[in-house]
Design a protein around this ligand. Structure first.
Ligand code: GRF
Length: 329
């Protein structure tokens, strides 16, 4: 029987650029994983500081755009900028380092904070830097492995996103251990990249962000309302200023509900930006607006603005006055 169900497009795929220096087997694992049904990302560029990198030829043969710029004779920041420009031209959302043997300038790393990942062949925080296999063997470790982490200005020290363990066998050499770790890396990296780039659509991750932001407001507590997380201010007889709604009442949105100035403002918000705002069931009648969180390009500054405004309208005078005064400085 033909499947007549309308195709659900799902969230848009994240665009990733992969930087390599050598064989690029991790790049190949990432690329082929991106061809599986339902993949969360697509590879829009493979770039290298080594024009002869075998990984570049492989990417080309698979129809992926490639770029190379030898680093010789260029200072670090200038070379980084050329590589970065290639990623920007390819409209990459993320840069994935896969055996990219360059120390990056701090400015480059800062510009891509939270959007640049690396894989390292050890169970970090053990064995940052080079010779990780031999160091694990020399230390008599029973277990080695690999780590995917965010890139930070300190080498191999960014937030850990995922790890995979590989047993050290009796008689292992650095090479034999490296070969098995490489196979393990190929399982780990695509999975972690997919999970990381999809988090902006994940209700659990979105709730954690909203919770952190809401609880930063003065005298705020979390208290369930109608079975969903919600935040109120002003103590025992306090008022709610934010509700979290995960696909309530048949809408596909993961949303934050906040209080507007009333029906006119609510209507205007939705008319001006129907991709960002909606009228929530029940709450809409009392002037609450829904801000859609699980969408590309969500503006977190706008979320902060509305959380603060809603808090101010719910907070008792003694608190909101203080807050208004503090935010003038
Ligand atoms: C991998 O071992 C990775 O952990 C390290 O560089 C190596 C890259 O290998 N960062 P390949 O080029 O992906 O085969």
């Amino acid at each position: 029987m033909a499947d007549t169900a309308p195709e659900h497009p799902g969230p848009p795929k994240a665009r990733v650029a992969i930087f390599i220096s050598g064989t690029g087997t991790n790049m190949a694992a990432l690329l082929y994983a991106s061809r599986l049904p339902g993949a969360a990302y697509e590879v829009v560029l493979v770039a290298s500081n080594q024009p002869a990198a075998t990984g570049l030829a492989l990417a080309q043969s698979e129809g992926i755009a490639t770029f190379s710029q030898p680093h010789k004779g260029m200072d670090r920041a200038a070379h980084d900028q050329v590589m970065e420009a290639a990623a920007i031209r390819a409209r990459a959302d993320y840069i994935i380092l896969a055996g990219y043997m360059r120390i990056l300038s701090d400015e480059f790393v800062r510009r891509w904070h939270g959007r640049m990942l690396n894989i390292h062949p050890s169970l970090l925080p053990k064995y940052r830097g080079l010779d990780t296999y031999q160091r694990a063997i020399d230390a008599g470790d029973e277990t080695a492995g690999a780590t995917v982490h965010l890139v930070s200005t300190e080498l191999d020290a960014g937030e850990i996103l995922g790890q995979i363990a590989v047993t050290v066998q009796p008689g292992d050499s650095a090479d034999s251990l490296a070969r098995r770790i490489r196979i393990a890396e190929h399982q780990l990296y695509p999975q972690i990249v997919a999970r990381y780039v999809a988090r902006q659509y994940d209700a659990g991750w979105l709730l954690a962000q909203i919770r952190r932001m809401a609880l930063q407001m003065p005298e705020t507590e979390e208290r369930e309302s109608h079975g969903a997380p919600a935040w109120r201010t002003g103590g025992k007889s306090g008022k709610y200023f934010a509700h979290f709604a995960d696909r309530h009442h048949g809408v596909p949105h993961v949303a934050l509900l906040v209080k507007t100035g009333g029906q006119d403002e609510l209507g205007a918000l939705i008319d001006n930006d129907p991709d960002a705002f909606f009228r929530p069931a029940y709450y809409g009648a009392s002037g609450w607006v829904g801000i859609i969180l699980n969408r590309p390009g969500l503006d977190w500054d706008q979320v902060t603005y509305w959380l603060q405004r809603s808090w101010q309208s719910a907070a008792p005078k003694r608190l909101s006055r203080l807050f208004a005064a503090a935010s003038e400085f």
